[in-house]
Design a protein around this ligand. Structure first.
Ligand SMILES: [Fe+2]
Ligand SMILES: [Fe+2]
Length: 243
């Protein structure tokens, strides 16, 4: 029996992404607008399109490593099968993005490490994980799943935006929409796992942890969007993105 089941229901509304308010809402709208423009520009050239695929490949690689290094070693036996299934999904995503790159003349051998901004973000998330672990009976497993949830929600947001700027006839649409469906399932999986491993009296700590994780994510929003837009201007050529 999980901790949550033993102590009764708790308020887990913190698991859903809160709608941004005030200045945060203005920032989120600008980030979204800049990223949509950058996506369209990057799709205009083969180099821009390969860069997008490499960014996704780096993200999938990082997720695979996090599952192998952080989740799998500390998962209780009842969670192991689920983590193995999740890992298999992320490994399939790595394969799919590597294949798409190869089809576009990139052997995907020299793997792109997460960029400087993403590495800074991961470092700050890791510090939060260690600061909060002592509040939970399951220790670091909770921050690992909380970070995982936010990363999967981010993947869902990024891929939803990307699918919405492409027409369904675009060559990359089937790949992106297939990965998007998996990431949506991973969001549900992380939410359900957190409901099971967090005791009702620990829920307020989880709410604060998720707020801090999302604050770190949002603080990189504008700089990430501008970096992407800069790449769009450098690599974007002429032509239509709606292939
Ligand atoms: Fe993935
Ligand atoms: Fe995922």
């Amino acid at each position: 029996m999980s901790v949550g089941e033993a102590l009764g229901p708790a308020d887990f509304s913190c698991l859903s992404m809160p709608a941004p308010q005030g200045l945060g809402a203005v920032q989120a709208r600008w980030v979204d607008r800049i990223k949509r423009a950058a996506l369209l520009r990057l799709h205009r050239s083969p180099r821009g399109e390969r860069l997008l695929l490499r960014i996704y490949l780096a993200g999938e690689d990082a997720t695979e490593r996090a599952l192998l290094d952080e989740l799998l070693p500390q998962s209780p036996p009842w969670l192991e099968r689920q983590v193995q299934q999740h890992l298999a999904d992320e490994q399939r995503h790595v394969t799919l993005f590597a294949e798409a790159l190869r089809e576009r003349g990139d052997d995907a051998q020299a793997r792109l490490e997460p960029d400087w901004l993403s590495r800074r973000k991961i470092l700050r998330w890791q510090r939060l994980a260690h600061r909060y672990a002592g509040h939970f009976e399951h220790g670091l497993l909770v921050p690992a799943y909380a970070t995982g949830l936010c990363a999967e929600q981010m993947a869902e947001r990024v891929l939803s935006r990307h699918c919405s700027v492409l027409s369904s006839g675009h060559g990359l649409y089937p790949l992106l929409s297939r990965v998007l469906a998996d990431e949506k399932a991973h969001v549900r999986l992380c939410e359900n796992t957190l409901r099971r491993i967090v005791a009702p009296h620990e829920a307020p700590h989880l709410a604060r942890l998720l707020k801090d994780i999302r604050r770190v994510d949002a603080s990189f929003g504008i700089s990430g969007a501008l970096a992407m837009y800069g790449a769009g201007w450098l690599l974007g050529g002429r032509g239509s993105a709606g292939r």
